[in-house]
Structure formats: C-alpha cells, structure tokens
Design a protein around this ligand. Structure first.
Ligand code: AMP
Ligand code: MG
Length: 410
C-alpha cells in the first residue's frame, strides 16, 4: 500500500479538510459551556432592567445633601426585589438596599456608613455629600436592549453562560459537542482486569483517548477493545459510524502483517495512509466511512504505541475535533521556552516531539527540563509531561537555548 509522505503541517491540513464543522443545533443554556455560538446573541432586554442602588444606604436628592451634616426624615424602605411604593419628595430620604429599584424623585444614594440612624430609623443624619447619579446603576449599564452581546463564534465560558442567563437566552443555536467513537484494536489487549496470558498486555490507549476526547470538550463513546478480526472490526466500525460524528481508532495502522484496521478500512472506507515526518507517531490514517444514507463520517486511525497515540491525538485528532465543534483556535497554545537541559536528538529528516515538564521561572520565562524516557511504548514518563517540545530536524537544542513548546495543560 502506498503511503503519502507528508510533514505534520501537511498532515494536519489534510485531516482538517475531512473534518468540517458540525451543523448547528439548539443548545440549552445549562448544557452550553464549551460550545461555540452559531448565531449572534442580541439582548432582548436591558441589563440591569431598571435603575437601582449600587449600595446599602439612603436614596436622596443630591441637592438635599449639598450641605452636610443634614437631617432628613426616612419615609420608606426598599429591599432588593421590592418596588418603591411612593416617590421621594424634596427633603426626604428612603432607606434602600443594594439592587433595590431607585424610587422616583431620588437621584443618588448615600452609603450607610456615612450616615447616622436617628429616632429608631425615623430620621437619618447624613455626613457626606453626593453628586447626582452617585451609586445609581442605570438601566442598560451592562447590556443595552437590542445590542449584540456575543457574536457567532464565541466560545461559551462560565462567565459567558452567566451573561446569557442575564439576558434570558435560555436556548440558542450553537455547534454541538462531537460524538466521538473510540475503539482499540489488538488481540494482545486485556481490559477486564483478568490475569495476563502469554503475550498479553493491558489496554491503555482507549482509556487515555476517551479522557482526551472528553477533555477536548467532545462526547466520548466507548466502543471497546476489538479483536484483530476483520468481521468483528467491520461490525464495530459500522455501528460507530452510524451513531457518532467521527471515529477514532488506535492500533493496526502501521506496517505489521496483522494490521486488520488497515485491511478493513482499505476495503470499506475511503482512506489516505500517511507517513508523517515526525517522531513519535509516524503512521496515521484518515478518511471517511459512509453511512447507509451516504453521509460521510470521518475516521482517524491513530498508531497503537501509546505515546504515538497520545502525540497523534494532540497534533491531529484534537485540532480536528475542535474544528468540528466550531473552534477557530485549533492548536494548543505555544510558547518559546528555555531548555534548562540539552534536548538531544539525531538528524533523521523528522521533527521530534519530546514530552517534557515545564513551568514558569522567576525570570518570567517558561522553562523545560529534560523529560523521562522518550520511547513510544513508555507512556508513564510522557503521562506526567505538560509540555510538548518541537525539535526541528538536526541534533537538538543545547542547554540554555530556546525551544518551541506546546502547553498541554493550562
Ligand atoms: P499496532 O499499531 O497495532 O501494531 O500496535 C503497536 C504497539 O502498540 C503494539 O506494541 C501494541 O501492543 C501496542 N498497543 C496497541 N493498542 C494498544 C492499546 N490500546 N493499549 C496499549 N498498547 C497498545
Ligand atoms: Mg495491533
């Protein structure tokens, strides 16, 4: 089988072209964090909806407290959630709480700490002048009715969900979370806790990939460990395609004789087999499997070695999922870091991705130290890494030099 030899940048372009944005759906506010808005949100009402007090204190006319101290009769009290039952006349004060509506006639609020309660609250002595409008929150101060609060393309973060609630946006068009089928392949894999037989190992990729998918904001669907059996794999792939937006497999895409993923996908799907000039994660497959109705569902075939699976996910699958979910920032943030130790590699025509630990130093720069063992089967060392260093072809980076890293966690 011919493999397309590509750079990582070319590979990502090819994969992204197969993974278009999902069509918008109506999303409930309660389920919206992490989603990308598919339409502008226009405010149907002012926030705040009415003039209200920014403080606990006394609503007054600023003109009445121009000379202090001054004593005024307290003619009413308004709590948040109540409405003024009378207007404020000249020479009067009304006790008012934070968030309570301003009574008609009042134009400012005096902070309670600047006042003295007299006659069991019947009167108040005011010690501080205020200007007209002081401590009054005007209607529309935050959001004006009819204005665009958030544009299509905005990612709903917690505070944005709060604002959406404040303008009564209870459901709205957004790009849904992708449903992602995840399956592992291999006769050697055990995932039920039973003792290992000869040649068997415990499954790790599926567990990791399900969590990576969820962390990327998508919905992971566990399709289990599939034996190296063409019929069983075809059944699983068809079910995954029928019920999910994208399928991620691990294992069986390299040059081995029992790579049944390769055999089955070559037969039932339209696939491209890549040899990417990177280490780890050289083999990668992508393509589409059509549902009975002809709708194409993208398939990403990640390599089986656990570290390769992880790096493939970061560099290719995660950007693809993010694009499907409407994001425009597809890659992890990068930073130019200082390599505290030399990051050695050999010249081999590939870009190397080393998994390292990094943190900000007292100098304000991000520092990475040498990582643990970098073998593609040694997931334990890579698992604790929070930085992925990109080493261009050559012999690496000396201690103290700059290196580009992807920040894997915030
Ligand atoms: P393959 O690409 O199927 O030839 O697998 C490459 C290597 O990755 C082999 O050593 C497999 O045993 C290992 N491997 C494949 N899938 C998994 C998995 N889900 N968990 C742990 N190791 C795996
Ligand atoms: Mg295998």
């Amino acid at each position: 089988m011919d493999r397309l030899r590509v750079t990582i940048v070319e590979a990502r372009e090819l994969v992204l072209a197969e993974c278009p944005r999902l069509p918008p759906v109506t999303v409930e506010l309660a389920d919206s964090v992490g989603r990308v808005l598919a339409a502008d949100i226009v405010a149907p009402e002012d926030v705040p909806p009415f003039a209200n007090s920014a403080l606990d204190g006394y609503a007054v006319r600023a003109a009445d407290v121009a000379v202090v101290p001054v004593e005024l009769p307290v003619v009413a009290e308004i709590a948040a959630g109540a409405a003024a039952d009378r207007a404020l006349a000249p020479g009067e004060a009304i006790r008012i709480m934070t968030g309570a509506p301003m009574p008609p006639g009042a134009d400012a609020v005096v902070l309670v700490e600047r006042t003295e309660r007299l006659d069991r609250g019947a009167r108040v002595r005011i010690h501080e002048t205020v200007r007209s409008g002081q401590a009054v929150r005007r209607p529309g101060d935050d959001i004006v009715v009819g204005s665009t609060v958030f544009a299509a393309g905005t990612v709903v973060r917690p505070a944005i969900a709060g604002v959406l609630a404040s303008v009564n946006a209870r459901s709205f068009p957004a790009i849904p979370a992708a449903r992602v089928a995840v399956l592992s392949t291999g006769d050697e894999l055990i995932d039920d806790g039973s003792p290992l037989g000869p040649g068997q190992i415990r499954e790790s990729n599926k567990t990791m990939l399900l969590a990576l998918v969820a962390e990327a904001g998508a919905t992971a669907v566990d399709f289990g460990v599939i034996r190296d059996d063409e019929a069983a794999l075809e059944v699983a792939l068809r079910e995954a395609t029928d019920t999910c937006d994208i399928v991620i497999t691990s294992g069986g895409v390299s040059m081995g004789d029992y790579d049944v993923v390769k055999a089955v996908l070559s037969r039932i799907a339209e696939m491209t087999w890549l040899e990417i000039a990177i280490k780890p994660a050289k083999p990668f497959a992508f393509g589409r499997l059509r549902r009975a109705d002809g709708r194409p569902v993208p398939i990403l075939g990640l390599p089986g070695n656990p570290v390769s699976s992880l790096v493939s996910f970061e560099l290719l699958a995660r950007p693809a999922l993010r694009q499907m979910m409407g994001h425009t920032e597809l890659l992890r943030p990068t930073i130019t870091a200082v390599a505290d130790a030399a990051l050695r590699r050999s010249t081999d025509g590939k870009v190397h991705y080393q998994r390292l630990h990094g943190e900000f130093g007292a100098d304000g720069r991000y520092h990475v130290s040498a990582g643990g063992p970098q073998g593609s089967h040694q997931l334990a060392a890579s698992a604790v890494a929070n930085a992925l260093a990109e080493l261009p072809d050559g012999d690496g980076v000396p201690a103290g030099a700059d290196v580009l890293v992807y920040l894997l966690s915030s």
